[in-house]
Design a protein around this ligand. Sequence first.
Ligand code: RIB
Length: 272
Amino acid sequence: MKIIVFGSINIDLVAITPRLPIPGETLLGESFFTTPGGKGANQAVALAKLGIPTQMIGRVGADNFGAEIIKNLQNCGVKTENILIDETVSSGVAVITVDQQGENNIIVIPGANGKVNQDDINRLSNLFIDAKFLLLQLEIPLEIVILAAQKAKEANIKVILDPAPAPNNLPDEIYPLIDIITPNETEASQLVGFAVNEQETAAKAADTLLQKGVKCAIIKLGAKGVYCATKEESFYIPAFSVNAVDTVAAGDAFNGGLAAALFQEKPLKLTG
Ligand code: RIB
């Protein structure tokens, strides 16, 4: 059995700065590096590093970035045969600023990720035969995300959707297709239309998402932990206390870890 990750594959251009710049400001940064990224690819790497057979589906451009990203995924143990090299467009790129507190902001230029279409859905469906979970995010076209979730549902494969980047509007038809949705505070606020920033508002948001049709809502509250709700139970888990160095892809790593644990048949609420 395996997990399929269908989504974005980027190269990240990262500037480390003393603080995040304000509009119109030129700021002297401290350092710069490039590194493979993309919410989909990051989730796939997290899964593979946790020993889960992982298949990535998506697109990169026919450029050096594309080749580098695929090589990195392979080195991490991710299966990449179903990543298409799209000759018509550049690879996805994210321009990222990280400050001294580990906070970040990100601009994504979708490139090849924006070209994902029905052909990719056909490749995806061919992989369903021994798949247990499909992990989705929102850095590829929304209509394709919905189609992928529909196909997975028909094939009895569990769908975990990270609604990131925060969508302006997620159509109601998608919610019943989702087994687990994992918004952070910003994404949850966007989805439910009120501010979500601690346990009480997270509980309200989770309730709203359950009513819309998801089976399980996990609201990621960053350093404040997570709130999790299904129709049967709801609980809050505080976060481990850490010194945050860089929060980029923390949510992606979370989803990889979550899916890996569920793949290994661990319960949603670990006790002891
Ligand atoms: O979640 C972090 C990721 O978002 C980065 O790797 C970047 O590529 C953007 O997709």
